[in-house]
Design a protein around this ligand. Structure first.
Ligand code: KDG
Ligand code: MG
Length: 406
């Protein structure tokens, strides 16, 4: 009997088909190729260096089938562990190894995770509008595409730029350049405006459509509590990132004032950041992205912990989570009983061409498809035609010029 397969190459690929993506390609001696997503919006080169200089050399010669052992080796093997750069790099390796395991077995990854617990994965997408009328039109358009859940973000009077609301068609927060754009933020104006907007959208949409809203980490605990209370009549599916949650204790105060479901965690990188939020039931949805929090192996552990406390796992799915990570999240979602809802922001058209994916989005539901592995093939020749260009997320200042959270 021949010995186990071995990793013979691990390479990073930077490409920009409409926006920047960092991809990891692992090749085995038996010629199996696995793909992982390593995109960390605005910090791609840091992850590329971490992979290229530190992790890729350590992967050579390893048995690709030993996914959990490799995860433990990379996580525990870094004395300076955790953090978004490290965990995104670990996540990319983990995704590529699951892809290889699926391809070697001839099975989609969800089958390796125990098989489907649902037929398809409910998704929400985004609707935005500077004015509430425009926003209601955008909600209608999303409904016409078959979605039963929609995230609504609106302009705020007096502010020229608001998170989640674009000036042109679509919304992409990262802008080309090496210095970030600066936006002005006014919490009081936002808090005065947004409850009325959500009330109007609810009246327009009727009771059944699930509505979501993202406060994008901008509020203090007491502001968050006030917003949650004010939004209760709109019957939200969730209110996202009301505070940065760097101090989980403060969520107790928010919970004491409102029953609006809370979703948090898109910027978290490990299970431990969720521990108190889950075990004290301070949130309803854990939002870690499959890439940024250490891959499928790590998110499986998160889902088990969350399930014990009746918390759902609803991973982050914006356009900067590449079609490979989207696939990985969907395999997990299909096989995870306490998956909540998938975010589907959509991708620029060239990204669909570079990352040819088996996953589908039909009638507001996603499915990972039945191709072996994660089901995403990267067209490397096409990717090379979209060279990486630095792009950064904006920063935000209050009206007095002081920095605040974007
Ligand atoms: O890179 C930043 C985006 O991923 C983030 O702003 C998107 O908050 C987001 C969401 O919920 O999709
Ligand atoms: Mg968000």
């Amino acid at each position: 009997m021949s010995g186990p397969d071995r990793i013979v190459a691990a390479e990073v690929l930077l490409t920009s088909p409409g926006r920047n993506y960092l991809t990891l390609k692992i090749t085995t001696a038996e010629g199996v190729t696995g793909w992982g997503d390593a995109t960390l919006n605005g910090r791609e080169l840091a992850v590329a260096a971490y992979l290229r200089e530190h992790l890729c050399p350590q992967l050579l010669g390893r048995d690709p089938a030993r996914i959990e052992d490799t995860w433990q080796y990379l996580y525990r093997g870094a004395y300076w562990r955790r953090g978004p750069v490290t965990m995104t790099a670990v996540g990319a390796v983990d995704l590529a190894l699951w892809d290889i395991k699926g391809k070697a077995a001839g099975l989609p990854v969800y089958q390796l995770l125990g098989g489907a617990v649902r037929d398809r994965v409910r998704a929400y997408t985004h609707a935005t509008g500077w004015e509430t009328g425009q926003l209601c039109d955008a909600v209608d358009a999303v409904r016409e595409r078959g979605f039963t859940a929609v995230r609504v973000q609106s302009g705020v009077p007096g502010l020229d730029s608001v998170y989640g609301v674009g000036r042109g068609p679509g919304y992409e927060p990262a802008a080309r350049g090496t210095v970030p754009a600066e936006e002005v933020w006014d919490t009081a104006a936002y808090l005065r405006h947004v409850p009325g907007v959500l009330a109007e959208v609810r009246a327009h949409a009727g009771p059944e459509l699930a509505l979501l809203h993202d406060a994008h980490h901008r509020l203090t605990p007491i502001e968050a509590a006030r917003l949650g209370k004010a939004l209760e009549p709109a019957d939200l599916y969730w209110l996202e990132d009301v505070t940065p949650a760097e101090n989980p204790d403060v969520l107790r105060r928010v919970r004491a004032h409102t029953t609006v479901p809370l979703a948090i965690g898109e910027v978290f990188s490990t299970l431990w950041e969720f521990q108190q939020l889950i075990t004290e039931q301070l949130i309803d949805h854990a939002r870690a992205a499959v890439t940024h929090a250490g891959g499928i192996s790590a998110l499986r552990r998160l889902a088990v912990l969350a399930d014990v406390w009746q918390v759902k796992v609803s991973p982050h799915g914006p356009s900067d989570v590449s079609p490979i990570a989207m696939a990985a999240g969907l395999h997990l979602a299909l096989a995870t009983p306490n998956h909540g809802i998938a975010e589907y922001m959509g991708y620029p058209e060239p990204a669909h061409e570079v990352f040819r994916h088996a996953w589908t989005c039909t009638d507001g539901h996603l499915h990972p498809g039945d191709a072996p592995g994660l089901g995403v093939d990267v067209d490397e020749a096409l990717a090379a035609r979209y060279p990486y260009e630095p792009a950064l997320l904006p920063v935000a200042r209050r009206r007095d010029g002081s920095m605040t959270d974007w």
